[in-house]
Design a protein around this ligand. Structure first.
Ligand code: ADQ
Length: 466
């Protein structure tokens, strides 16, 4: 079996409680099976650009990390990745900053990542690169002579051609992407958008899953990511989780809880979600005193200005809704601005009657999957899910909503509140079947299985526009 090399912006922990996230566990397991290497930014800052990676090997798996300078972080991570690619790929052209300095910094850090990893690679390694921070990574590595099989997975949506062409460097980035051997997307829709760009903008040729353009050849396919379904369900059932949940239930006087859990990000549709909850309270007075909405949203990317605005907006909205509807013994909305442990999360999901997941655009959204996995199959809650989350295509037994339609979302909340237990069980069972079948280890195995099988890399494999 070839050794696996995972490359991502940040290197996840290989052991301990911190690695409890599904993706970190799945990747760490795959790395352990293949005695692999995980490479990326250390999370530390250095005065001057580092020349070599720091490595540390535990139980056969090596973590190799490098530090970045403040300027590199500003241009590559805060700049191009999070102020240009992130908004654009989430259909927020209005928020995308097209600054050449950001783009140059992004290219520079990708080059340095490649230069630092190259001496650590073996000839028959399988290299699996993750996410929008590293779109041009393979091209840079190839320029240094790398012949290994290189796979890439995009965790966020891929935008439609009309949007992507607004990005001045779109063509260079798609060309760079084509230096991988395999590109994985979350959904068929993302895959379709990529194929459309290759066909119409790059003058490429499509033959089944094989795409040819710029004299390069790549396999492109959808691999919807899953969660660690069985482990998560078990955690939600555990005695500890139950105790936490009971405490909370008492604190809200057994009211029906609606739960939202997100990184604080403008793509997650939080203001629209708060407004839909307000609409529920306006249109359905029977909900007064009977429901309690808990939104957990820890700050993320606090260095990016748009994230400061969203935080202020939410605090204002939450205060407004509570000011308008609260009674001396009922707080309609509780908004918590910090992260909690996965065990607490599992217990909270399980005790909540409605999982409220309404992003305006999301690659997949794992919270929706976690909420379902955590439910008691005998008395499960209802998932209210945005049609713009990647997982909506798989999770059709949820109540699917359009998050821009505030009144429609309020209606769905009301339907969820009154849904009979038989219907809740049926919907839950169907959702759960999908989650068990397509869990995160299956996702990992599927991707690596295809990458393993791609033919040897052929430099200069001529395409139509070579
Ligand atoms: P994210 O945008 O971060 O991921 P998501 O898929 O919802 O979004 O994953 C968030 C994870 O963080 C979940 O496991 C959740 O439990 C956890 N989390 C969120 N808030 C938390 C809190 N307050 N306390 C503790 N844990 C919290 C990106 C893409 C997604 C894609 C994933 C995986 O944007 O679309 O699903 O990658 O590919």
């Amino acid at each position: 079996m070839s050794r696996l090399v995972v490359v991502s912006n940040r290197v996840g922990p290989l052991r301990g409680a911190a690695r409890a996230g599904g993706l970190a566990v799945a990747l760490a397991d795959a790395l352990q099976r293949r005695r692999g290497l995980w490479f990326g930014w250390s999370g530390e800052l250095a005065e001057s650009p580092a020349v070599r990676a720091r490595t540390q090997t535990t139980a056969g798996v090596t973590r190799a990390t490098l530090d970045l300078t403040q300027a590199e972080l500003d241009d590559y991570y805060n700049g191009f990745a999070n102020r240009c690619l992130w908004p654009l790929f989430h259909y927020r052209l209005d928020l995308a900053a097209f600054d050449r300095r950001f783009y140059d910094g992004y290219q520079r850090v990708n080059r340095r990542f490649a230069q630092t990893l190259a001496p650590l690679l073996h000839d028959d390694d399988l290299v699996w690169v993750h996410d929008y921070h590293l779109l041009p990574f393979a091209e840079t590595l190839r320029e240094m002579g790398a012949q290994q099989k290189l796979g890439f997975f995009l965790h966020i949506p891929f935008p439609v051609r009309e949007l992507l062409t607004a990005l001045p460097s779109a063509d260079r980035l798609v060309r760079a992407l084509m230096a991988y051997d395999l590109i994985g997307f979350q959904t068929e829709g993302d895959l379709q958008a990529f194929r459309d760009y290759v066909l119409r903008e790059a003058g490429g040729i499509i033959d089944g899953e094989t795409l040819r353009a710029y004299g390069r050849k790549v396999i492109a396919r959808a691999f919807p990511i899953g969660i660690d379904t069985a482990q998560f369900a078990q955690m939600a059932r555990s005695e500890d989780a139950r105790r936490d949940a009971e405490r909370l239930k008492a604190a809200i006087f057994n009211r029906a809880q609606i739960i939202g859990v997100d990184r604080l990000d403008y793509t997650k549709g939080l203001p629209e979600r708060f407004l839909a909850y307000q609409k529920l309270l306006e249109d359905y007075p029977d909900a007064h005193g009977q429901v309690s909405f808990l939104q957990i949203a820890p700050t993320s990317r606090g260095d990016v200005p748009e994230y400061v605005h969203i935080r202020e907006e939410l605090e204002t909205l939450a205060g407004h809704i509570n000011g308008r509807f609260a009674q001396f013994d009922w707080t309609p909305l509780r908004y918590i601005n910090r992260a909690i442990t996965r065990r607490q999360l599992a217990g909270l999901y399980r005790m909540s009657h409605i999982g409220f997941v309404t992003p305006l655009r999301d690659g997949m959204n794992l919270v929706a999957k976690e909420y379902v996995a955590a439910q008691d199959p005998v008395d499960p809650g209802v998932l209210v899910l945005s049609r713009f989350a990647g997982c909506a295509r798989q999770m059709t037994a949820a109540l699917i909503v359009n998050p821009y339609d505030v009144a429609g979302v309020a209606e769905a909340l009301q339907t969820a509140r009154h849904m009979a237990v038989e219907e809740r069980r049926e919907r839950h069972a169907e959702l759960m079947r999908g989650l068990i079948e397509n869990d995160v280890s299956r996702w990992c195995d599927d991707f690596l299985g295809v990458l393993d099988r791609v033919g040897p890399h052929a430099p200069g494999d001529a395409g139509p526009s070579a």
